[in-house]
Design a protein around this ligand. Structure first.
Ligand code: FAD
Ligand code: DHB
Length: 389
């Protein structure tokens, strides 16, 4: 079997890259370890930067996003009983769109199916061979049968635990990591959102985030201990803790109900360099992870896709390797800035176990400065809506 590009991983980065390439007549097969329903069952990111919205448009899959997504011109930041608004639209001319990663993925799977593009599900033992040669190939097993696909390029879009990153020899690969001493406990509930904009809240008891998916579907998160398990948290305990971590007037408006999903995510900053080895390119979580504060995970995956897509189009349409040769450097330049923003915004709002009284004062001063200083708000807004690419 042969394909111009083999995409390992059918999450948002693999699917978006596949769809964009397909529309330019470049054939790409997607190999996904799980089933489509499993991938769609994972509740993850919810905020899309304009750059990702534009890519969805270019991929021809933005109709539902435009019809059902919520355009948010700003966000609320709360600390203790105080709360203030940062107006992205005023400060940057750009809003963000609240539309779940699950829906992005569903739209892309539907489009792939409609276009007759090949996705292989439930593949095991994917291995990338000869990526540092002109003739790479990928092997895998499906239903107990061994398969092989020869290709020009491999896109490693298989997330943090995938095989692609590990294919790059340790002598070439350099990894940077920071682990945070807490996690996020998230729930999804069929209740109306407490506010029309997201609320990022810093409290003495830890961080909380009020988000949403639609008029009757809310997503809430609270900072939790790394040793907690979702089943330790009853819905009643979750709602009580959330109420304590947001201003009283928000807590009073909160509509609670049974959770339909509950999970804990650890927080991590991670970058691997380079993002290219020969004819293998890493995209999205395969190459980098951010803590979720600031909603950059899915959006950084999208900027990688943008650079790789344009590099591959340049290669096939203009016979020029310039785009793919510059891929790692360009992608990493933007990634490190998103890493910085996510790290900074996380440190602004969370309680750290070893935080001193002085550290707390610094945190409060940082929040107060953001509240009062327009230049700081503009810098925050520019990062939140997404740096240009
Ligand atoms: P993934 O979504 O991880 O997709 C990779 C795909 O590759 C998966 O479908 C996987 O099954 C498949 N795969 C893995 N290994 C193999 C293999 N060997 N062979 C074939 N296929 C393979 N970001 C935010 O902005 N906000 C959030 O609230 C948020 N919450 C998150 C919660 C969790 C629990 C996690 C893990 C991430 C969260 N993120 C969040 C990050 C965001 O969801 C990711 O950045 C985004 O999913 C990256 O997309 P991706 O396609 O690169 O990787
Ligand atoms: C969501 C997640 C985030 O990490 C964030 O910063 C904003 C929203 C969400 O899941 O809705």
């Amino acid at each position: 079997m042969r394909s111009q590009v083999v995409i390992v991983g059918g999450g948002p980065s693999g699917l978006l890259l596949g769809q964009l390439l397909h529309r330019r007549g470049i054939d790409a097969v997607v190999l996904e370890r799980k089933t489509r329903d499993y991938v769609l069952g994972r509740i993850r990111a919810g905020v899309l930067e304009t750059g990702l919205v534009r890519l969805m448009e270019e991929a021809g899959v933005a109709d539902r996003l435009h019809a059902e997504g919520f355009v948010h011109a700003g966000t609320q930041i709360a600390y203790g009983e105080d709360m203030f608004h940062v107006d992205f639209q005023d400060l940057t001319g750009s809003p963000v769109v609240v539309y779940g990663q699950t829906e992005v993925t569903r739209d892309l799977y539907d489009a792939r199916e409609k276009a007759g593009a090949r996705t292989e599900f439930q593949v095991d033992h994917v291995e990338i061979h000869d990526a540092d040669s002109d003739k790479p190939y990928v092997t895998y097993e499906q239903g107990g049968k061994a398969q092989r696909i020869d290709c020009d390029f491999v896109a490693g879009c298989d997330g943090f635990h995938g095989v692609s990153r590990k294919t790059i020899p340790l002598s070439v690969r350099r990894e940077y990591e920071k682990l945070y001493p807490f996690g996020w406990l998230g729930i999804l509930s069929e209740t109306p959102p407490v506010n029309d904009e997201l609320i990022y809240s810093s409290s003495d008891r830890g961080f909380a985030l009020c988000s949403m998916r639609n008029e009757n579907l809310s997503r809430y998160y609270i900072q939790c201990s790394l040793s907690d398990h979702p089943e330790d948290w009853t819905d009643t305990a979750f709602w009580a803790e959330l109420r304590r971590r947001v201003p009283a007037e928000v807590a009073d408006r909160l509509v609670t109900g049974p959770s339909i999903e509950k999970s804990i995510a650890p927080l991590r900053s991670f970058v691997t360099e380079p993002m290219r080895w020969g004819r293998l390119f890493l995209c999205g979580d395969a190459a980098h992870i951010v803590p979720p504060t600031g909603a950059k995970g899915l959006n950084t995956a999208a900027s990688d896709v943008h650079y790789l897509y344009h590099g591959l189009v340049q290669y096939y349409e203009q016979n020029s390797p310039e785009g793919i040769d510059g891929y790692s450097q360009k992608a990493l330049a933007r990634i490190w800035k998103a890493e910085r923003f996510s790290w900074w915004f996380s440190s602004l709002l969370h309680r750290y176990p070893d935080q001193s009284e002085f550290d707390l004062k610094m945190q409060r001063a940082d929040i107060a400065f953001l509240r009062e200083n327009e230049a700081q708000q503009r810098a925050f807004a520019e990062n939140y809506v997404g740096l240009p690419y």
